[in-house]
Design a protein around this ligand. Structure first.
Ligand SMILES: Cc1cc2nc3c(=O)[nH]c(=O)nc-3n(C[C@H](O)[C@H](O)[C@H](O)COP(=O)(O)OP(=O)(O)OC[C@H]3O[C@@H](n4cnc5c(N)ncnc54)[C@H](O)[C@@H]3O)c2cc1C
Length: 394
């Protein structure tokens, strides 16, 4: 396995608990330092189909995309997870938590387990290294994130064409993600989003609000403000509230108005500083998430023609709106379940993973497009003509 971010670590911990496997896990970072707060979906710890499909945007999509037997299989796998991992998943789904606390917790869990079976190496692995290391009977899993190490090597001839041939990418919008901790329990539904934006004609601050996983009385607010491509280009990748007020006062005003209204209503204070990043919100998937094409192309001495290769996490699928890790965890659990079935021929394993990751992609694609559409309508909610322009009723 290459890449020990959240998804690589979870997958390593899942494979570690299977009989008869040894895992070699390569990671280039020496320390887990990413403090950004992330949210995991409650469906990760669902114990019934109803709770798995409880999200009101996602519920029907889940029914449309997955067969009942698939949903049951996923729930059965979840129920059989080692208790140490289940406890961590329950903890993380309580609210926003720092990315590095997820990474450290799984990393420590792997190191602390009595029957270890995971050999960890700190190294930057190249695609050539990964190919050279492969031996008969090995499975190679790329968990190296959005700039995947192997995504462009998964089909014969792919090295000779444009870099992104194996990636389907849809840019939904450019956004500022403005995050802060707030020292009071605070919740926000759709009318709260509307009324707190009443004077924000152009830039709307759309918050995702949830408690933090470690303290129910601290709220984590992560607001998204839509910006233009030109504004995106003119901003550094990361900055604070003061920089925004000096350089983009109208965007800052929308943020400050919203925060003032939260304070007026709940009499709390912001804990620490505002953190702002500007990011493109992209939906993407690897057209091939496995080395299946190498297998079907017939005999070859390329290492991927004889050893199954899988992409997991952001290397396979990327989505905005706080969904990616949960999606990566879902695919990781499914992949661990496939690898555990030792009698399964490699061809079936590759086909089934392709189909499953495609279904997860469809699900996140539909959910993300719906969120984006709702956001677009919300931006024009007080202008009936502009609103009608964005509606496609038939
Ligand atoms: C501002 C922001 C907020 C976000 N909020 C959320 C959220 O609330 N919820 C959510 O689900 N997601 C969120 N995300 C997305 C989330 O952080 C990613 O989906 C997640 O980190 C992907 O996990 P991963 O393990 O697939 O990849 P990564 O986290 O990218 O990990 C990849 C690992 O591979 C290692 N690596 C890479 N190349 C090599 C190599 N050649 N050799 C060795 N090691 C290598 C890297 O060092 C890294 O440790 C957010 C992202 C951003 C930018």
């Amino acid at each position: 396995m290459v890449g020990a971010g959240p998804v690589g670590l979870l997958l390593a911990a899942l494979l570690q608990s299977l009989e008869g496997f040894s895992v070699r896990l390569y990671e280039k970072r020496h320390e887990y330092t990413r403090t950004r707060m992330v949210q995991l979906a409650p469906y990760l710890v669902a114990d019934s189909v109803d709770s798995y499909r409880a999200d009101h945007i996602d519920g029907d999509n889940v029914d449309a995309v997955f067969d009942p037997a698939e949903l049951d299989e996923g729930l059965a796998f979840r129920r059989a997870l080692p208790p140490d991992l289940t406890a961590l998943l329950h903890d993380w789904t309580l609210g926003f938590c720092p990315l590095n606390s997820i990474e450290r917790a799984v990393s420590d869990l792997i190191d602390a387990r009595a029957s270890n079976g995971v050999e960890r190496t700190a190294a930057v692995v190249t695609a050539e290294d990964a190919m050279a290391m492969l031996e008969p009977g090995d499975v190679l899993i790329d968990c190296t994130g959005s700039k995947s190490l192997l995504r462009d090597h998964l089909a014969p001839g792919s090295g000779e064409v444009d870099g992104d041939a194996n990636t389907l990418k849809i840019r939904l919008e450019y956004a500022l993600v403005i995050t802060f901790l707030y020292g009071q329990l605070y919740d926000c539904n759709e009318s709260c989003k509307y009324f707190k934006n009443a004077e924000n004609e152009h830039y709307k601050f759309i918050p995702a609000v949830h408690r933090t996983h470690y303290d129910g009385s601290v709220s984590h607010v992560s607001g998204i403000v839509n910006i233009s491509a030109e504004e995106y280009e003119a901003m550094p990748s990361r900055f604070d509230g003061a920089w925004l007020r000096d350089n983009f006062p109208s965007v800052a005003q929308s943020m400050d108005r919203f925060i003032d209204k939260i304070k007026e209503e709940t009499h709390g204070e912001i804990l620490g500083e505002l953190e702002i990043v500007r990011i493109p919100l992209d939906l993407y998937r690897a057209r091939n998430a496995t080395s299946r094409q190498w297998l079907t192309a017939g005999p070859s001495d390329h290492p991927f023609a004889s050893s199954p290769v899988f992409l997991a996490g952001d290397s396979a699928i990327g989505s905005p709106y706080f969904q990616s890790i949960s999606l990566g965890f879902e695919c990781a659990m499914y992949l661990a379940g496939l690898i555990a079935q030792r009698e399964l021929p490699p061809r079936d394993m590759l086909d089934r993973y392709e189909l499953y990751s495609y279904k997860q992609w469809l699900r996140v694609y539909m959910r993300s497009k719906m969120i984006k559409h709702n956001k677009d309508l919300f931006e024009s909610i007080d202008e009936p003509l502009a609103l009608l322009d964005k509606l496609h009723i038939y």
